[in-house]
Design a protein around this ligand. Structure first.
Ligand code: MG
Length: 271
């Protein structure tokens, strides 16, 4: 059975120039592309991010995933990370990324986020951030008390409001995005997005066609800008996307689990 989205993938990670350990972890194999940024001191942080990725590895080998598959893996991941916390360290991790999904035969990106790692889509020369950070500065931006530019320099920019573990019970957000051939999905830890601005991310994604080269170049740019944190980039290119069988009536979001929360932009992209 052909996957609803056929992909080419690249991934790169680096400890950076200031940290002693790399607490980021990632998964970059269809049908699941994830970045987890661990926290709680290197032992706990390493274990938290690696544990979450390991729980999701159980979903490898499928052609497509559902929101229930993701919810199930998330519940297991949360329990496993809380078990680390019982060792005395306060372990936690972010998680952001996308899974290959299918609605009425059409390929979709099932995008998820908890914390401040990010998932973007680059298409037709435009970079769009799909995930919304769960962070103090994002809340201040939403309240109109801070501009996006000021947020980059705000001393509170490392404080996240949801995590897996670390005492958080906050839920993940989900977005179902219709996929198109040529889509390029970028998933990264804040070690990339806090060092490299959107303009420069777009430039690298535009220039380097091979997703592995693009991921390597993105990580290299973060290091050139100071590499103050662990940095991870996963780049996923849609090289073939299945269309809706018969190309008939559009599928409404009623067809999708009610937990799915599309952004206005995703609705605009519906066929
Ligand atoms: Mg980080």
């Amino acid at each position: 059975m052909i996957a609803p989205i056929v992909v080419r993938v690249g991934a790169a990670t680096d400890t950076g120039l200031k940290r002693a350990h790399n607490e980021d972890a990632h998964l970059a194999q269809a049908p699941l592309f994830l970045v987890a940024d661990g926290m709680g001191g290197h032992q706990a942080g390493d274990r938290a991010s690696a544990t979450v990725i390991r729980e999701f590895q159980a979903l490898q080998g499928r052609t497509a995933l559902t929101i229930d598959d993701i919810g199930f893996a998330l519940a297991h991941a949360r329990a496993a990370v809380e078990a680390i916390a019982e060792d005395g360290a306060r372990a936690g991790t972010t998680l952001s990324g996308a899974a290959i999904a299918e609605v009425d035969g059409a390929g979709y990106w099932l995008t998820m986020n908890i914390g401040d790692s990010r998932t973007y889509r680059y298409a037709h020369g435009v970079l769009e951030q799909i995930s919304v950070d769960h962070s103090v500065v994002q809340e201040l931006i939403d309240a109109g008390e801070l501009t996006a530019g000021d947020a980059q320099r705000d001393r509170r920019r490392n404080i996240i409001t949801r995590a897996i573990g670390a005492g958080s019970t906050g839920e993940a957000d989900f977005w179902m995005i219709p996929a198109a051939t040529g889509d390029r999905i970028l998933i990264c830890s804040d070690g990339l997005s806090s060092e490299v601005d959107d303009r420069e991310l777009s430039e690298v994604l535009a220039v380097f066609e091979d997703p592995q080269v693009a991921a390597d170049r993105l990580v290299a740019r973060a290091l050139e800008h100071g590499g103050r944190d662990n940095v991870t980039a996963v780049v996923v290119d849609a090289i073939h996307v299945s269309a809706r069988a018969g190309g008939g009536a559009a599928a409404g979001f009623d067809d999708i689990d009610s937990d799915t929360r599309p952004r206005a932009e995703a609705m605009g992209g519906m066929q």
